[in-house]
Every structure is written in structure tokens, then in C-alpha cells.
Design a protein around this ligand. Structure first.
Ligand SMILES: Nc1ncnc2c1ncn2[C@@H]1O[C@H](COP(=O)(O)OP(=O)(O)OP(=O)(O)O)[C@@H](O)[C@H]1O
Length: 609
């Protein structure tokens, strides 16, 4: 959903008054209600893991019974077998319960996160969206939320069992023979002692180079794919291709350095933790203790069975690390979105009196500290059209975006019907102000629903009426299911057609204040004529602010505001400004000669009234 859609689809739950401006919810706050569930996951996993040792201990006990001299005690054997089987059953039940609870919590957390993200996105300043790609946001709400799955559903259980089983085993083995226990720990000790080698400055540097090379490959692939059409069209495919190939070549050499540095240490760790090596160490140590008479042969059995499990935590940490890192990065991005400050909502919204718009000493800059609007004073009277003109980058879009409150001014205020927009309440604001800007996207919904976004219970007749006014009715009838065609599923519309739908939407909303960017709104001459007629009929008492790109619009406006470098350089009726022969007159002449050059002659009827 885009800025335009979001603003007009503000039928979402209203933010709690006064509570919306602070930083958003942290991840810890999201997870807090599930603390008991995590505790249950850990507890059931611990019980399951400990019970899982019972079959192994039963085998050990059976070995002792069967290897000891004298007649076999059948009753004891059956008790041991039953205990082992019961342990297995308990492990099965509790591990299943732990996994089940983990997955239910995971589902709940993902649902909560998506709801909170949706709620937060509905409350952040609309202008915030213009700096975020829709793809980037879709990734956060979709992929990143899904990436917490291993972190919530698997990691707690896996980590618990990876540590509990070796810990209980160690206690048991130490009770059998502490000397052989220490010997059994030698492989783990060897693997752990190799870890510092992975932390050497040279290794860390290689790891950083590896990550950077991966990043370069990723960005050159994205650039290559995203820009391929343009690059090909301008004959630069070879250059773009070369950049990608160079990133790939660089990656290979970095990768070889990284592998060379890591491979010996990694192989050493793998060898130390491998079952044959662990068994060898246990057997050699056990044999030495048995032959020296320090240990009974039957006591070797638990070490052979449980010794292998002692290496599990090291392996689990290694395997789970990547998952955890990915989840951590995803959670960071989710947190960033959840913490975007939202627009403050008034505790007691004030009702506007009429729809006169006033900007008082408005100053505004984006994040970079550069002031884009420098003290704008402007009054837009009901029933008038005000055209904003000015060179590219003079701040026209920024100025008009303050009316639908895409941003709040850093200084000064924007008033509607005598009320500061900050005291108005967003529902009331979007009932009063509608807009047609660039960046029109349509919802995956029927054409009729798309048009009736701001007036969900509108009659079909009204929807058809505004579609006719916006010159899109005939095109809609050509779609497979007419007004019931689901956009995105049944059909796709061109950019110009989407703009006309958005104009129809604004016409149906019938808000008393209309803000539009003409460059987008009047996509083709036929639509331009139709929409200009429609807006003229509807004008009545409306307050209209338009970024004017066509001379006809400028000539028809009641007031022209000439912006330069974030300030109003000139204002007045078009005729007055032309008579003054100042900046606007120069601007007008340059536009007129540009139009004349383009059309091979001056068009009639574009002189100011
Ligand atoms: N979302 C944004 N973040 C940061 N800076 C921005 C953003 N939008 C615009 N600017 C900067 O603000 C200044 C004014 O831009 P604005 O789009 O308001 O001008 P404009 O007069 O509408 O230009 P144009 O006619 O080319 O659309 C420019 O320097 C621009 O780089």
C-alpha cells in the first residue's frame, strides 16, 4: 500500500489519543506476554531431554547386569527395560509438547508483529513512505517476520537440549569415574581451544572482507537486474555486466583467502568433535584405567554411550549461529520500523470551522538539516484555486504535502478552518483533505472498491459518475468484470489509467480541500480536458491547491504562488503578476516559448484572465 492509499484508507483503528508520538514498541515488549510460554517450552524440553537419557542409562544398567557374574535377575532386567521405554515415551510426549508450544507461540508472535507493524505503518507520517521502497517494507513485514521462526520455535528447545543433556550426562559420568570423565572432555577442550584462532585479527579481517564482498555482489546484482532495461536501452549493458563480473571475481579471491585461513582451524575442530575421535579418546583412556585396575570394565559402557553427546553443545552452537544471526538482523529491521515515531494525535480533537487553509511562517527540512521551506505565509480561501509554480527543487511538492500532513512543519503551523492540523485528528483531516499525487498505486481490490476507498458505502451510481468525470468509465467497462474486476488479479492498469482511478477516488471523496500535482493528474490531453471540466464543475466552494505545470492551469488560477528556493518570491493573480513583469513573468515567458517550440506555435486561450 502506498502513501496515497494509506492516507485515504484511514479507516484503520484510530491510534490512542496522545499516545502515538513516542518511540514504538520494542521487541522485548512484543515478546513479554509470551514469557510464560517460553518458560513452558524450556521446562517441557528439559523434562523431555532428561527423560531421553533414560534409554541410554537403561542400556548401561543392562550391560552391568548382564556382564556381572552369577545368575541374571530377570525381574530387575524387566524393570530396567520398562524404565528405559517409559523414558523414551516421556521424551516423545514432552519434546512434542515443547515443539507444539514453541510453534503456537511463534504463530502468535508473528501475528502480533505483523499487526503492530501494520498499526505503526498506519500512524507514521505519510512522508516517511516516500523515503522507503515498497520492496523494503514488504521484506520487513513478510520475510523478516518469518525469519524469527527459528529464533522462537526452534532455538530455545534446541539450545536447552544441547546443554541439558551433556550437563546431566557429565554429572552421571563424574559419579561413575571422574578421571575418565575428564579424559572424555579432552575432544571438547581441544575444539574450544581452537576458537581463539578464529578470532585472530587476520581472521576477523578476512571475515569482514568476506562480508563486504558478499554485500558488493548482492548490490551489483540488484543494480544489474533493476537497471537492466535502462542500461540495455542506452547501450551500456557491457559496462553494467562488467561491474557485476568484477564483483564476482573479487568475491572469488576474497573467498579463497577466507577459506585458506578458516579451513585448517575448521577441519581441526571437526576432527576433534567427530565420533571416531571421541570414541578413540574414551577407549584409550578407559583401557588405561581398566588395565591399571583403577576401573571396572562395565563402567566403560556409559562413557562410550554418553561421551558422544558431550560434543553436542559445540556443534549446536556452530549450527544455530547463522540462524540466530539472521533472526537478529531481521529483528533489528522490524524494531526499526516499530520504533519510527508516529504522528502525534490530539487528545481532544478540535473541529475546524470551514475550510480556509492558512500556512503561518512555515519552515521545514528533511532529515539532512537543509531547510527546504523557509518561512512560508500563505492563505488559501475557499472557492479559490491556488497554483504553485517554481523551478525544480524549489519546494513545491514539499509545500503541498504539508496540507494532508505528510509531515509536520518544523516551525510555524498549517491551519485548516482555523485549527492547527496537529489538533485536528487524522480521521477528520482525511475527510476534509483529499489529494492526487505522483506515486499512485491501487489496492488488490475491485475497481469499484478502489474508487470508493474513502467512501466505502458509496452507491454504484456515484462510483460510475466519478469514473465518467475522470474519463476512465469506458476503460473500466472494457475490463473482464467491469467495476468488479479485481486489480492485480483480473487485470492491470497502465500508469495513466491508475492516475484516473485516483482522480475518480478524490472526486468521490468530495473533500472540501483538494491538493493535486498536475503533472500526474493530467496524464494525456483527453484526460486533461475531462478532468479540468470535472474539477471546474466541482470547484464550487472547494479550496484547491495545485502544483501547476500547464500554462492553462496557471492562467485559470485565482492566485499564483511563485516559489524559489523554499520562499515565496511572488504571489498574486496571474494578470497582476504578468503586469508586474517580475520573476513570474519571466517564468511564464520561458514556459510559453517552451510550449511554442514543442507544439510549433502558441496555443490559444492560455492568456491569463
Ligand atoms: N523525501 C525527501 N527526503 C529528503 N529530501 C527531499 C525529499 N523530497 C524532496 N527533498 C528535497 O527537498 C527539496 C525540494 O524538493 P521538492 O520535491 O519539494 O521540489 P519541487 O519544487 O517539487 O521539485 P520538482 O518540480 O522537481 O518536483 C529538493 O532539494 C529535494 O532534494
Amino acid at each position: 500500500m502506498t502513501a496515497t492509499d494509506l492516507a485515504q484508507a484511514r479507516e484503520q483503528p484510530a491510534p490512542p489519543p496522545g499516545a502515538a508520538s513516542g518511540p514504538g514498541e520494542s521487541m522485548a515488549q512484543v515478546l513479554r506476554p509470551y514469557g510464560w510460554a517460553f518458560a513452558a517450552v524450556v521446562l517441557t524440553q528439559v523434562i523431555g531431554a532428561v527423560a531421553g537419557l533414560a534409554p541410554l542409562l537403561a542400556v548401561v544398567e543392562l550391560g552391568r547386569v548382564l556382564l556381572s557374574p552369577g545368575p541374571v535377575d530377570h525381574g530387575h532386567v524387566w524393570t530396567v527395560v520398562t524404565a528405559g521405554a517409559a523414558g523414551l515415551l516421556v521424551r516423545l510426549l514432552f519434546t512434542a509438547a515443547s515443539s507444539g508450544i514453541g510453534h503456537v507461540v511463534d504463530g502468535q508472535v508473528q501475528l502480533t508483529l505483523r499487526r503492530r507493524l501494520a498499526a505503526r505503518l498506519g500512524r507514521v507520517p505519510i512522508g516517511w513512505f516516500s523515503r522507503r521502497g515498497t520492496g523494503e517494507l514488504a521484506k520487513v513485514v513478510g520475510e523478516d517476520v518469518s525469519a524469527v521462526h527459528p529464533f522462537i520455535a526452534h532455538s530455545p528447545g534446541e539450545l536447552v537440549s544441547a546443554f541439558v543433556v551433556p550437563l546431566v550426562s557429565l554429572v552421571y559420568l563424574a559419579a561413575v569415574d571422574w578421571r575418565l570423565t575428564l579424559i572424555t572432555l579432552i575432544p571438547v577442550g581441544m575444539a574450544v581451544s581452537l576458537v581463539p584462532l578464529l578470532m585472530l585479527p587476520a581472521r576477523l579481517r578476512e571475515q569482514e572482507e568476506f562480508d563486504a564482498a558478499m554485500g558488493r555482489i548482492a548490490s551489483s546484482v540488484v543494480e544489474f537486474v533493476q537497471g537492466i532495461a535502462v542500461v540495455k536501452a542506452f547501450g551500456g549493458s557491457g559496462r553494467a555486466h562488467r561491474k557485476f563480473l568484477k564483483a564476482a571475481d573479487d568475491f572469488v579471491s576474497v573467498f579463497f583467502r577466507w577459506v585458506r585461513g578458516m579451513s585448517l582451524v575448521a577441519a581441526g575442530m571437526q576432527l576433534a568433535l567427530s565420533p571416531p575421535f571421541v570414541l578413540l579418546v574414551v577407549l584409550v583412556g578407559g583401557a588405561a584405567l581398566i588395565t591399571s585396575g583403577g576401573m571396572a570394565p562395565a563402567d566403560l559402557l556409559p562413557f562410550l554411550l554418553l561421551g558422544l553427546g558431550l560434543t553436542a553443545p559445540v556443534a549446536a552452537l556452530g549450527h544455530g549461529f547463522d540462524d540466530l544471526q539472521a533472526a537478529r538482523r531481521a529483528v533489528g529491521r522490524i524494531k526499526d520500523v516499530l520504533e519510527v515515531p508516529s504522528l502525534p494525535e490530539p487528545v481532544d480533537p478540535v473541529a475546524p470551522q470551514g475550510h480556509r487553509v492558512e500556512l503561518r511562517d512555515v519552515r521545514f527540512g528533511y532529515d539532512d538539516g537543509y531547510e527546504v521551506l523557509r518561512g512560508i505565509d500563505l492563505v488559501l480561501e475557499p472557492g479559490t484555486v491556488t497554483a504553485v509554480v517554481g523551478p525544480s527543487g524549489s519546494g513545491k511538492s514539499t509545500l503541498v504535502q504539508l496540507l494532508p500532513r505528510f509531515f509536520d512543519p518544523a516551525h510555524g503551523s498549517v491551519l485548516l478552518g482555523g485549527v492547527d492540523l496537529r489538533d485536528l485528528g487524522s480521521r477528520e483531516l482525511y475527510r476534509k483533505v483529499s489529494f492526487v499525487f505522483q506515486d499512485v498505486r491501487l489496492l488488490r481490490a475491485s475497481v469499484a472498491d478502489n474508487i470508493a476507498l474513502a467512501v466505502p458505502h458509496a452507491d454504484r451510481d456515484d462510483v460510475v459518475r466519478v469514473a465518467r468525470l475522470a474519463n476512465i468509465h469506458d476503460r473500466i467497462l472494457d475490463l473482464p468484470r467491469g467495476y468488479d474486476t479485481v486489480l492485480g488479479d483480473d487485470a492491470r492498469l497502465s500508469g495513466g489509467e491508475a492516475q484516473r482511478i485516483s482522480i475518480a477516488r478524490a472526486l468521490l471523496a468530495d473533500a472540501p480541500v483538494l491538493v493535486l500535482d498536475e503533472a500526474t493528474a493530467f496524464a494525456d490531453p483527453q484526460t486533461e480536458q475531462a478532468v479540468r471540466r470535472a474539477l471546474a464543475t466541482l470547484q464550487g466552494d472547494r479550496t484547491t491547491l495545485v502544483i501547476a505545470h500547464r500554462l492553462e492551469t496557471v492562467a485559470d488560477a485565482d492566485t499564483v504562488v511563485m516559489l524559489e528556493n523554499g520562499s515565496i518570491a511572488e504571489r498574486g493573480s496571474p494578470a497582476e503578476l504578468l503586469a508586474r513583469d517580475g520573476r513570474f513573468a519571466a517564468f511564464w515567458r520561458s514556459q510559453r516559448s517552451a510550449v511554442a517550440d514543442a507544439s510549433g506555435g502558441v496555443r490559444q486561450g492560455d492568456e491569463p484572465r
